[in-house]
Design a protein around this ligand. Structure first.
Ligand code: XIL
Length: 455
């Protein structure tokens, strides 16, 4: 049974989060000026304090093994009021052997941050990458179960300490397909993402739950639209999603585009917060850094910006010198531009309410979301129902595994490929769902939704 609700009334949104950020920032100010850098850290002179004045945070990725480097921690403690562990909360770090959890390095970062009034973004609970060996070799329902257990255990461990979780990371394919990325997690069934969000919500009801991805910054890109359609679908069906993270790793192959602000505001208009989660820009051009910060400040539901490291030498792409501080820890021109943007920015009071008009939300040829649910099962056959959101007129392609055969359908107009295993179902005015019966012929694999296209 799918729970349906239009509005998620839980209190983790906006005002409460905003208060938490401001309180955290106040604590940071008190801590830094009293104990660390008397007289030098005040609103308007550091990234974190200036962001806090605008109701935002300014964060960085942190590596546990650098917390013993005083040049590193001096900048961290002075400038930032939010922290994301760079690798320490990933699956291979937190569950290196199945059922054996390891939190030492992550706890160290959380403790460093929270004792100084910085908030923590958790990264990440479910991802195709940086999986431990045992998980890489799993599939099917065993993997689904292991993934959900991982989400539950890790979110429970950090409950109350993490303000936001990247619940699912990078689940969509690059390029023009708008499809999900193929991965062992995706092959457990298209509903793996919402299952992960529900498990995270049960384990930590107060953390904001984010979907996080890269190459989703340009509003016209298929990947951006695909994630947008998923979030719209999740909101319409009451899947507990609170925020979308835009990694924003900009470089010559994947440059910043001035429609970034449209992307942020369009997602926000769906009723989610937006966050810039892993910002770095090849060459660190001051103008581009300024533009990203201005774009976030222009969108009421943009909570904050996290850069993916402190000094260029800390970056995963060090050769691109993409960060705000050089290898010696000196502020670069981009730092000055970001600080100025934070200090000049206004705090918008008008959350966007009108849905975006470009591109149209249901353009013919655009994507929609089709979710398959299991129906009645008999000794020789089973039913499936497919529910479509994001388009009222649609074409959905579904495949069954030979020697399975679809024996009947309802609420749609089907056509078949030559093998008879791939069905193209078109809406026929009977609503937003259709169903079909599959003769198992000994194979009980779930049918797979291959695509959904608005028509
Ligand atoms: C990167 C880390 O920065 C590296 O240290 C690690 O070797 C690989 O992962 N998208 C993400 C981040 O979500 O977790 C990645 O971090 C960068 C891309």
């Amino acid at each position: 049974m799918i729970e349906r609700c239009q509005e998620d009334a839980r209190p983790r949104f906006g005002p409460r989060a905003r208060t938490a950020v401001v309180l955290a920032a106040a604590a940071l100010l008190a801590a830094t000026s009293a104990a660390f850098l008397p007289g030098t850290a005040s609103a308007g002179t550091t990234l974190g304090a200036s962001a806090a004045e605008k109701g935002r945070y300014f964060g960085t990725a942190v590596a546990a093994n650098k917390l013993s480097d005083s040049a590193y921690t001096t900048i961290l403690n002075r400038e930032f009021n939010s922290v994301t562990p760079e690798n320490e909360m990933k699956i291979d770090a937190t569950e290196p052997q199945q059922g054996r959890f390891s939190y030492g390095a992550a706890d160290q970062i959380v403790s460093h941050a929270r004792s100084r009034g910085m908030s923590v973004r958790g990264h990440t609970l479910a991802w195709h990458s940086q999986q431990p060996g045992w998980m890489q070799s799993m599939s099917g329902s065993a993997l689904r179960q292991a993934m959900l257990n991982h989400v539950t255990q890790v979110a429970t461990h950090f409950r109350g300490q993490v303000v936001a979780w990247d619940v699912v990371n990078e689940a969509f394919a690059d390029g023009s397909s708008g499809a999900r990325r193929d991965s062992n997690l995706q092959r457990t069934g298209n509903d793996w993402i919402e299952a992960a969000f529900r498990a995270a919500d049960a384990a930590d009801p107060n953390a904001k739950l984010c979907y996080n991805d890269y190459n989703t910054d340009n509003w016209t890109h298929a990947k951006t639209q695909a994630v947008y359609n998923m979030v719209r679908d999740f909101k319409s069906r009451g899947v507990p999603i609170d925020c979308v993270g835009f990694q924003s790793h900009f470089n010559n192959d994947s440059p910043y585009n001035s429609n970034y602000r449209t992307t942020l505001s369009s997602f926000a208009a769906l009723g989610v917060d937006v966050q810039v989660t892993e910002l770095d820009i090849q060459g660190a051009p001051a103008n581009t850094y300024r533009a990203v910060v201005e774009d976030c400040l222009a969108v009421a539901r943009c909570n904050g910006v996290t850069v993916w490291g402190i000094r260029d030498s800390d970056s995963w792409r060090a050769s691109q010198t993409p960060l705000l501080f050089n290898n010696s820890g000196q502020k670069k021109a981009a730092y000055d531009a970001v600080l100025a943007a934070l200090n000049n920015g206004t705090t918008p009071t008008d959350p966007p309410t009108t849905p975006p008009t470009t591109p149209p939300t249901n353009p013919p040829g655009g994507s929609c979301t089709a979710t398959l649910q299991d129906g009645t099962r008999w000794g020789d056959r089973f039913n499936s129902t497919v529910t479509v959101s994001g388009a009222s007129s649609w074409t959905v392609v579904v495949a069954v595994t030979s020697p399975q055969k679809i024996s009947s359908t309802w609420n749609g107009s089907p056509t078949w490929d030559s093998s008879g295993n791939v069905m193209t179902m078109r809406s026929n005015g009977s609503g937003n769902s259709f169903g079909f019966t599959t003769m198992a012929n000994g194979n009980w694999n779930r049918p797979v939704v291959q695509s959904c296209t608005a028509s």
